[in-house]
Design a binder for this molecule. Structure first.
Ligand code: E4P
Length: 217
């Protein structure tokens, strides 16, 4: 399973990248606005920090403008994955950019039928939003399971990029459901290493080691 970090904060990305923890990055207009920085400059910086796909989202909603924006974004670096919304125009843009060999992430997916359309449009990634479904009392994880089954039934190569992840448990469940990628905020990815029994065991070992009076170096 691949891990992408869902952020536009380059310091967080550099940190996780140094740990060898991430395989790519996702951003969205809200994360860019939160960073307070110039969109294309941030994407260029991120693309230098990671080798894997870096999702950069178009801002327009109509085909003609979206495709122009997608081509501008794709020129920033070879590892840019243009992010388009799951609309009819977005799917058309997906098909056209894929024909030019550009990676495309189809975002804002909330149903299995939407995911089926994205795969048929040749999407590199489909982004089902788990947390936002849970927020309205639907089952985000069930959507991941449905998409996995459908893609496997027909041999679609579109990667399931589980998004809107809010907890470490979401990541565990995504891995069990067979999502190809999980994108999550830096805090959640780092938090995966934490367990109270690890901390307790470490304290015990340190105390016992001190009793030996020995030094390894
Ligand atoms: C993914 O590509 C999105 O940027 C992100 O996961 C959305 O998460 P949110 O629902 O927590 O905003």
């Amino acid at each position: 399973m691949k891990f992408f970090v869902d952020t536009a904060e380059t310091a967080d990305i550099a940190d996780l990248s140094a740990m060898g923890l991430i395989d790519g990055v996702t951003t969205n207009p809200s994360l860019i606005a939160k960073s307070g920085r110039d969109f294309k400059t941030v994407i260029a910086e991120i693309c230098k920090l990671v080798d894997g796909p870096v999702s950069a989202e178009v801002a327009a909603m109509d085909y003609a403008t979206m495709i122009k924006e997608g081509r501008v974004l794709a020129k920033i670096a070879p590892n840019v994955a243009v992010k388009v919304p799951l609309t009819i125009d977005g799917l058309k843009v997906c098909r056209a950019l894929r024909a030019d060999g550009i990676m495309v992430n189809v975002t804002l997916c909330f149903s299995a039928n939407q995911a089926l359309l994205a795969a048929k449009a040749g999407a590199s990634f489909i982004s089902p939003f788990i947390g936002r479904l849970d927020d309205i009392h639907l089952d985000g994880m069930e959507l991941i399971r449905e998409i996995r089954t459908i893609y496997d039934n027909y041999g679609f190569e579109t990667e399931i990029l589980a998004a809107s992840i809010r907890t470490a448990n979401h990541i565990r469940e995504c891995a069990l459901a067979g999502a190809d990628v999980a994108t999550a905020p830096a805090g959640i990815l780092k938090g995966l290493s934490q367990h109270p029994l690890t901390d307790k065991g470490l304290q015990q070992f340190a105390a016992d080691w001190a009793k030996t009076g020995q030094s390894i170096l």
